[in-house]
Design a protein around this ligand. Sequence first.
Ligand code: SAM
Length: 349
Amino acid sequence: MRQFANGAARRGYGGSVLLDRLGRPLRDLRISVTDRCNLRCTYCMPASVFGPDYAFLPRAELLTFEEIERLSRAFVALGVRKLRLTGGEPLLRRDLPELVARLSGIEGVDDIALTTNGLLLPRLAADLKAAGLKRVTVSLDSLDPEVFGQMNGLNVHPQRVLDGIEAALKAGLGVKVNTVVQRGVNDAGLRELWLALREQAVVRFIEFMDVGNHNGWNLDAVVPSREVLARLSANGTGAEFQPVNPHYRGEVAARHQDGAGHEVGLISSVTAPFCGDCSRARLSAVGVLYTCLFADQGTDLRAPLRAGADDAALRELIAGVWQGRRDRYSEERGEVTRERKVEMSHIGG
Ligand code: SAM
């Protein structure tokens, strides 16, 4: 049974909303369009695991653009307002601008964004913008060629990502930059990166997370956001930064500004988890719905879709999953162990 609760005003959200078991509304949908990537970041898709013999998904397994559009419409009917395309590397999916055009035609969608490593933006940014994309989040972990080359696993030079950022800006897309911080790996170059990019983009530093099963995560490798802030400041204290009010409820990056108004975002996924405000559903490239980045299982939407389920049945299925949702992995980290989590390359960041 689908039930809508009307706690909108109380919780600071607009309109009627579908709530999960912890009172969180369904607002965002992250759609992974491929499990393939053209980088092998050591913390995400290490080359030792995702090597030449790795069996990536065959094309027939992937949701088609028609299927993604249909499911997106169902999610939007249930309250989703923001769509984000991710992967793997979403720009590897052929004809991606066509998907963006389909999704931007859905009434009720306020925002369409894309998370990318930026390498293919020089080729695609203008077409994506023309198709209705509003903004991109580009991942860039270091400006030091040696550090970045090692982290991306393929010795790709950071200038290629900077070229992608430039192409996005030129096309009129808004740009944010995501930097995953790992102690002893790229933490020495954070200020340099922020100084170089802060005039063009909001840089967001992300605490290294224990996603997937292969990134060798341990707590010692996490640089807490308060330490990141200290490293960004000229005198090493972080004292010149002041917190900025969030733009909207559930904003994951805590924004700070220095005295000159330069902004930085801190995503404290480990030291200050934000499960309590998490309004995201995640759709894998093969159409499995996950209700948490750290989930070990999901709900197959592709099978009913391909078996001919009508729109009402799809909405009913999704609503039931959301209403049963009680995930809060990041808040429980340390108390629970998950045997096998879904890979980041399957559901995206
Ligand atoms: N290929 C695209 C990209 O590079 O942005 C999209 C997919 S990638 C999985 C999405 C985001 O997840 C990237 O910003 C990446 O840095 C981040 N990410 C991957 N593994 C992570 C981890 N272990 N901890 C924190 N962030 C991670």
